[in-house]
Design a protein around this ligand. Sequence first.
Ligand SMILES: *Cc1c(COP(=O)(O)O)cnc(C)c1O
Length: 429
Amino acid sequence: MTRQLPSEHSALDADRKDEFRSRQDEFHLLPHDGAYPTIAYFAGNSLGLQPKVTAGRMAQELDDWATLGVEGHLEAKRPWIDYHTYLREPAARLVGALPQEVVMMNSLTVNLHLLMISFYRPTAERNLIIIEDSAFPSDSYAVRSQAALHGFDPDDVVVRLKPREGEFVLRTEDIERYLTDNASKVALVLLGGVNYYTGELIDIETITAAGHAAGAIVAIDLAHAAGNVPLKLHDWGVDWAAWCSYKYLNSAPGATAGAFIHERHLGNKELPKLHGWWSTSRESRFEMKPVVEEPHSADSWSVSNPPILAMAPVLASLEMFDSAGMDALREKSIRLTAYLESLFDVVCADRPMRVITPRDPERRGAQLSLQLDNTDVNAFTNRLRREFGVIADARQPDVIRFAPVPMYSTYHDCWRAAVALDQIIDTLQ
Ligand SMILES: *Cc1c(COP(=O)(O)O)cnc(C)c1O
């Protein structure tokens, strides 16, 4: 039986009345040939929609290249030689860092590796790497390969923390207890700030303190947290972090990623690093000396000259985050996610499906993960897309993720998703 959901009119009304104006008209919405002309897009946690300003920003760089050639390094509208530095301050604001603690470079997994070269320094006694059992595969593979690089058997040193029996997310107290009980053995804690599968936002500050009390380095993968939830990496004392720019940050597939290294590590010349010509200070770069002269900033971790076409979209997007304000986005995000949750509550009641994301808004960002029993989640999301113009994504084995992104998602999108779910489930029963 189709459930009693709020009226379409009430959803449209909620959009009109919300104090945070949706910036939907600043994005390319996907066309849809159906009851509505556009797709209700819930995959912004996988690849954000394209801002309309992006194409012009990229065209500017292509034009500068066409007309200036190599002279663009110094004479482009935004001179390429320092391009990564234009991203530094807005990115630092987004993650709660000092500017010198942030560098935009490479891609996320590459940054995880570069930072583990510096910060995973295992010994015979202290060598464990702690991740969550639902870690994203790239992180799992990265830590295993780092363990192997140091001559360890990954099965011996990579610890995957699991939620308690019958629970979906890790409890902070259980992470703390593990760290206390294994205080002499843990070398590195690397956890997702927001877990890609469950949507859980971890208590970064408490876990960082617990990791430090155990003598470990604490690192956070912010792939699903940057641009999604407010962060205070510096104040929380996180040792290092890395994130990608194409999820909540709407910066094009494979766009340049970010890295954070806490100020306390910047002056440490003993840390091993993999260097290239962009690791040396700006002043020494063209002196062509044989030995690097590291700047006192996260830039000493960068290796190559900045990929302008992969950074132009990031700069445009970070400007949008600055102008929207992360606090206002977060408030809207909390309202929008709570609305979607209230609709899912109606749809899920007495059915073999449930939201596994924490109900507490402090423990989640803009994502609800719906777990469906005995359902082919890929076939289900295909039907959402084909029959209703709703894009969400399936994650094996049994979850469909919905991200109502405050920058461009609407209450009406949420309403469309709930109606679509309800109708598909009716046909399955
Ligand atoms: C999306 C995501 C990645 C992707 O890594 P790339 O290097 O950008 O391909 C890695 N880790 C996590 C946790 C992610 O969510």
